[in-house]
Design a binder for this molecule. Structure first.
Ligand SMILES: *Cc1c(COP(=O)(O)O)cnc(C)c1O
Length: 418
């Protein structure tokens, strides 16, 4: 099946008794069984079945199956948010004394999470993305996983997933990729060697910002060394699926950040138009960013689709169908950034990406507020920077709005140094 067909049919079981085209919203906490014996079997993993929604739910399972098909993985676990999915993805294989090596160009929330891990004796080493020597140098005998985002948010650097996975595997380490900003529309990280893929499905997968959720997908290919990852030993009989088996019966059920059936349902509706939306949003981002670059040489535009982007070559090689729907603008000062943001009429000013509507934000004073100055700069966050997540509006309306906003920004600057 090709991409858009697979969004409708991939991982979908057409077995509803009533012929319903969607798996209904099983809005229940628990599932009855007819005998004590049956319940015993299900609890003992000796029979399939649902017992309690924190552990599993048919609507959520349907969403998981679709994402597994989308990412080309073996199993997925849906969580209450992208952060819950990341937390589960990491802590499933980490213990006190372990280390993470990660690209420094990360979503602020992930940097905050790694800081929380310090209290549990888990250290994070940040390195410049795609700098193979520094990645190599940061790995030691305590390292247990490598992490990066496909498109760093908001640095917009593009990770060479194939190279990074080769480097990780050469050291016996799994590569975990946050594919939120790229989505499977642009690239399927598992095909390039990633072992676990995490998506904040609150973003492009849901598509219209009506539900928070996250999901992680196990590629099912990594050969776990049970001495190095002793927590997985108990699940050795699951082989390359030991990671998912442990997570499902352990941390995921015990931390309880399960996805609600209602949100799983909304995500499946969103998922079906992922291809259409991404195509349009990528086209709009390419057109709007290159128009701003040509019209206003004083504004620095960063977009992987622009040939001058240092990430263009990797993006071109690795992505199909576009270069993502996010670009950033450097306006010269924080004051200019705020003036431009406040003068825009169509975009919503809020902390989100991947909506049908265009969204803008000043990352330094919001999503990266808790990061240190150095962490901010390493993540590509500057005081004069605006992030634009482009929606599906008509491109001429977006251009006209940016045109009037830049004009207003410049007028307010009249007589001042710019
Ligand atoms: C939003 C986001 C997250 C966190 O997802 P939530 O659903 O908000 O918890 C993680 N990674 C990236 C790249 C994101 O954009």
């Amino acid at each position: 099946m090709r991409f858009n067909t697979s969004l409708i049919h991939g991982g979908v079981k057409r077995d509803d008794k009533m012929g319903a085209t969607h798996v209904p919203i099983y809005q229940v906490s628990a599932f009855e069984h007819t005998s004590a014996e049956e319940l015993e079997k299900i609890f003992g993993n000796k029979a399939a079945g649902f017992t309690y929604t924190r552990l599993g739910n048919p609507t959520v399972q349907a969403f998981e199956a679709r994402i597994t098909a989308l990412e080309g993985g073996k199993a997925s676990i849906a969580c209450a948010s992208g952060m819950a999915a990341l937390t589960n993805a990491f802590l499933n294989i980490l213990r006190a004394g372990d280390e993470i090596v990660t690209s420094a160009s990360l979503y602020g929330g992930s940097i905050d999470l790694f800081r929380d891990f310090e209290a549990f004796g888990i250290k994070t080493v940040y390195v410049e993305n795609n700098n193979w020597d520094t990645f190599e140098a940061a790995i030691n005998e305590h390292t247990r996983l490598i992490f990066a985002e496909t498109i760093g948010n908001p640095g917009l650097d593009v990770t060479d997933i194939r190279k990074l996975s080769e480097l990780a595997h050469a050291h016996g380490l799994p590569l975990i990729i946050d594919n939120t900003a790229a989505t499977a529309y642009l690239v399927r990280p598992i095909e390039l060697g990633a072992d676990i893929v995490v998506n904040s499905s609150s973003k492009y997968i849901n598509g219209s910002s009506n539900a928070i959720s996250g999901i992680l997908t196990d590629g099912g290919k990594f050969r776990w060394d049970f001495e190095k990852y002793p927590g997985l030993k108990e699940y050795a009989k699951f082989g390359t699926l030991a990671y998912t088996a442990k997570l499902r019966s352990g941390l995921f059920r015990n931390t309880g950040a399960c996805l609600s059936p209602q949100n799983a349902f909304l995500n499946q509706i969103g998922l079906e138009t992922l291809g259409l939306r991404m195509q349009r949003e990528c086209d709009n981002a390419a057109a709007l960013s290159s128009w701003i670059r040509t019209s206003y040489p004083e504004i620095t535009v960063n977009y992987p689709g622009l040939t001058e982007s240092p990430w263009h070559v990797i993006a071109k090689e690795q992505f199909h169908g576009g270069y993502g729907a996010i670009f950033t603008l450097r306006t010269g000062s924080k004051e200019n950034a705020f003036r431009l943001l406040n003068a825009l009429k169509l975009p919503y000013q809020l902390s989100n990406i991947g909506d049908t509507r265009t969204l803008v934000i000043h990352p330094a004073s919001t999503i990266s507020l808790h990061s240190t100055q150095k962490q901010r700069e390493d993540a590509g966050v500057f005081d004069d920077l605006i992030r634009v997540s482009v929606g599906i509006e008509d491109i001429e309306d977006l251009k006209e709005d940016f045109e009037q906003a830049v004009k207003q920004m410049k007028e307010e600057n009249y007589g001042r140094e710019y």
